[in-house]
Design a binder for this molecule. Structure first.
Ligand code: SF4
Length: 200
């Protein structure tokens, strides 16, 4: 069975689903089957809430400050389990901060706006901006949805309104002028932009 909870650097990560509407050219899933202390992050089937709760019960949270919803898939593809897991962790470990790492396509995946509801259970959100235009986004992220970039930006607007902390992220492998354009988009929206170093 794949790891549901694993440790990467100083945080606990929750790997709730392998489903994702994108096929990003840079996706780490293309290069390796696991990260951090996980053995594999490929589920034979996506975990049920009972399996997730058991993983939470069995995990030693001592010394950790944060749990991040981020695995080998898009967490909002498992919206009900994402919310139920956040509720369960908050109940059992109220001092642990909860963060969602997302491609920002939760609204189109779930056919409804999801930022407000998620903000009730999760402290902060990091959204993969990835690039600076719809055309480039379609080339790099290869989403199954049309107008995915616009949908991600709409989610980000909502997230900024509802979450305690919202940030965009990009990876530093894109051209400098695209980084600048991303910075402008983030600045115009009043959202912090995190520029991550690429790690294969
Ligand atoms: S959105 Fe994330 S999980 Fe999905 S393909 Fe892109 S990098 Fe991989």
């Amino acid at each position: 069975m794949a790891d549901i909870l694993y440790v990467y650097k100083t945080s606990i990560y929750a790997n709730l689903t392998n489903k994702c509407p994108c096929r990003c050219t840079f996706c780490i899933r293309n290069n390796t089957d696991a990260i951090g202390n996980a053995d594999t992050l490929w589920h034979k089937h996506d975990p049920s809430i009972e399996e997730i709760k058991k993983a939470v019960d069995d995990f030693d949270f001592t010394g950790f400050k944060e749990l991040v919803f981020c695995g080998y898939g898009e967490p909002t593809n498992a919206l009900d389990n994402l919310i139920a897991t956040a509720q369960y962790v908050r109940e059992k470990h109220p001092d642990i901060k909860l963060r969602l790492n997302t491609n920002g396509l939760g609204d189109v995946i779930n056919k409804k706006p999801v930022a407000e509801i998620l903000s009730k259970y999760i402290d902060s959100v990091s959204i993969s901006l990835n690039t600076c235009s719809s055309e480039k986004y379609d080339e790099v992220c290869r989403p199954v949805f049309e107008n995915a970039y616009e949908s991600m930006l709409k989610f980000a607007t909502d997230a900024k309104k509802y979450f305690g902390h919202t940030q965009f992220s990009i990876v530093d492998t894109i051209p400098q002028e695209d980084i600048k354009a991303c910075q402008k988009i983030a600045d115009d929206m009043g959202i912090y932009l995190r520029i991550r170093k690429y790690s294969a």
